[in-house]
Design a protein around this ligand. Structure first.
Ligand code: GA4
Length: 328
């Protein structure tokens, strides 16, 4: 057997089979957020895939375009200038390294804290005023989408009050994070049948994540518990929503947190924005009483979001983080 070493440029970055047309997932559930069937459609999608696409969301294209233009301008700067906005932990610019335990991806990014409905003033990154303003406008808008999605979930699940879920991500002290990812193309691998891992497989720890990309493909989700990976056709006008681990627990496993990853495109760069809606650190993450049937018990041990987050940062990206909180 001939074992080929990774081409030097992607040294240390795991490779994946390049997706082809047959991997495209045509059945992504599409939810019309302004339509009457949104609540039912969202619950159905969360039970089946933990993932769906949102259209008719009411966010102006100009808001998304402005944030995208400014992000491209930021990442086009000289490396030394970007490095001045680092390190990524706790918040700031990062390149290739993801988390604290050795995961690597073919990307650079900004990891940013959100306070209420805009970037936290405690972090001066990004420092450019136009970029900050564009991100703040985008964050205010995407957060409203997250709130509407969480309200529709509560409605569809028959939970009262309607803001039982959304309040967790909007109340004072909620742990909201915003991420801007830039996946440069990786031409060195073109035609080799493999692609660099942009962001390795993982589930998100929060309640929900709301993603928007520039229309370059790359996002994949796992079906059948990881037995099959499918490519999500990109759509720059839509948002994509992931169920996170916390929402899986709040629904006692009825909703599944979806495993996903990003495969780098060999020719086009991908820019994505992700809003992660998390609760305050002291919030207990446990099944909502309305969702527990007669005599049904929680599948999980008791924990707070702060405890979950602390444990998450000790894991590798691809680890099953909920496993240690499951009742045996
Ligand atoms: C995945 C979802 C978000 O991007 C993130 C990520 C975080 C990070 O990049 O620092 C983590 C990852 C994410 C889960 C496990 C830990 C923490 C990297 C990692 C290895 C910002 C988050 O909240 O959790």
């Amino acid at each position: 057997m001939v074992v080929l070493a990774n081409p030097p440029v992607v040294d240390q970055i795991p490779l994946l089979r390049s997706p082809g047309p047959r991997d495209s997932f045509a059945a992504v559930p599409v939810v019309d957020l302004s339509g009457p069937g949104a609540a039912r459609a969202i619950v159905d999608a969360c039970e089946r895939f933990g993932f769906f696409k949102v259209v008719n969301h009411g966010v102006a294209a100009a808001t998304m375009d402005r944030a995208e233009t400014e992000a491209i301008r930021f990442f086009a700067q000289a490396q030394a200038d970007k490095d001045r906005a680092g390190p990524a932990y706790p918040f700031g610019y990062g390149s290739k390294r993801i988390g604290l335990n050795g995961d690597m991806g073919w990307l650079e990014y900004l990891l940013l804290a959100v306070d209420s409905a805009s970037l936290s003033d405690a972090c001066s990154v990004p420092s450019n005023a136009a970029f900050r303003a564009a991100l703040n406008e985008y964050i205010a808008a995407v957060r409203k989408v997250a709130v509407r999605v969480l309200e529709a979930m509560a409605e569809g699940l028959g939970i009262a009050p309607l803001d039982a879920l959304s309040a967790m991500v909007t109340e004072q002290g909620s742990d909201q994070v915003f991420r801007v990812n830039h996946y440069p193309p990786c031409p060195a691998l073109q035609g080799l049948g493999c692609s660099a891992t942009g962001f390795g497989e993982h589930t998100d720890p929060q309640l929900v994540s709301v993603l928007r990309s520039n229309g370059t493909s790359g996002l994949q989700i796992a079906l059948r518990d990881g037995a099959q990976w499918v490519s999500v056709p990109s759509d720059r006008d839509a948002f994509f929503v992931n169920v996170g681990d916390s929402l899986q627990v709040l629904t006692n496993g009825r909703f599944k947190s979806v495993k996903h990853r990003v495969v780098t495109n060999s020719l086009k760069s991908r820019v994505s924005f992700i809003y992660f809606g998390g609760p305050p650190l002291a919030q207990r993450i446990e099944p909502l009483p309305e969702l527990l049937g007669e005599g049904e018990e929680s599948l999980y041990k008791e924990f707070t979001w702060g405890e979950y987050k602390k444990a998450a940062y000790k894991t590798r990206l691809g680890d099953n983080r909920l496993a240690q909180f499951e009742k045996k």
